[in-house]
Ligand binder design. Structure first.
Ligand code: ZN
Length: 287
């Protein structure tokens, strides 16, 4: 199977980019730990043995936080059905550099939820970079680009992409976790969850959380709806599986005033300039 076939199949049939329907003991400072007003350090989650972001002199804040949504980090092949979802590494790098230059610091979604809950978890201008599905390019290229700033990303992993051609690998994910990335669940097989029966829905939602926890020993606190499709039944399944929050494809910054199981995100499309992405982030964050 050609390397990109998985991606094409996924984008063509699984609806990864379809229209919206409704945190080791290493001392590597997680990227989100860098703040303007204080030094950063890593802490250890004793239960899970992984580095978790911790910010000294960080802030609790109820301000909205822009969550950027990316898919494949590569130039689109000719004739790609969803060409807009392929963002070349050079574009991602320019966007990340522009955000950093404007004072933004990437954090994990767990840090956002902690900050909203009153914990001193956030830098002055937080942003989340989320990567859907689990493509190899997200570990390889996005991982390196974010690591240059010691920033974490959020990988929304659809379990079936693990280890297939073009898909992300377990060893790559372990490296990302050591760099502070958060791994969240994006189902097992990327179905339209609103069409499933109760048992299958539970398997996709709770099973993907358990699979990631078992494989990588990390907390899995957020769920990302495949193709942004969800309804009240799907939301109930996500809550029942123990997640703290869920992300959608509804446009805009995530905010504590939103349903935590329907947080908004900002899609980044191929060809968008760094200035345009920065402007959208600043507008969403109210700057
Ligand atoms: Zn997807």
């Amino acid at each position: 199977m050609p390397r990109l076939a998985l991606v094409l199949l996924c984008l063509a049939f699984a609806g990864c980019g379809g229209a919206s329907g409704g945190g080791g003991t290493t001392a590597t400072a997680p990227a989100g730990a860098q703040v303007a007003n204080g030094p950063a350090r890593a802490s250890t989650n004793r239960d899970l043995g992984v580095a978790t972001p911790e910010i000294e002199h960080g802030r609790a804040s109820r301000a909205p936080v822009p969550i950027l949504m990316y898919h494949v980090i590569a130039p689109a092949p000719p004739g790609a059905k969803y060409g807009g979802l392929w963002v070349p590494p050079a574009e991602l790098k320019e966007q990340v550099d522009a955000l950093a230059g404007a004072g933004y610091t990437a954090v994990t979604l767990d840090q956002v939820l902690d900050g909203w809950a009153g914990k001193p978890a956030l830098p002055r201008h937080p942003v989340v970079l989320s990567f859907d599905d689990g493509y190899l390019s997200q570990g390889k290229d996005a991982g390196a680009i974010l690591a240059a700033h010691r920033w974490p990303g959020v990988l929304n992993l659809a379990w079936h992409n693990l280890g297939v051609p073009g898909g992300i690998t377990k060893s790559r994910i372990r490296t990302m976790v050591r760099s502070g990335w958060e791994i969240d669940a994006h189902s097992l097989t990327h179905p339209d969850l609103t069409t499933l029966g109760a048992a299958q829905l539970r398997t996709e939602v709770a099973g993907s959380r358990r699979a990631i926890q078992d494989a990588f020993g990390v907390p899995v606190d957020a769920f990302c709806y495949p193709a942004g499709k969800y309804d009240a039944t799907v939301e109930a399944a996500v809550k029942a599986a123990g997640y703290r929050a869920a992300t959608t494809e509804l446009d805009g910054a995530a905010a504590p005033s939103q349903d935590p199981y329907a947080l908004h995100r900002i899609r980044v499309n191929a060809g968008e300039s760094a200035a345009a992405v920065l402007a959208r982030v600043q507008a969403a964050a109210g700057r």
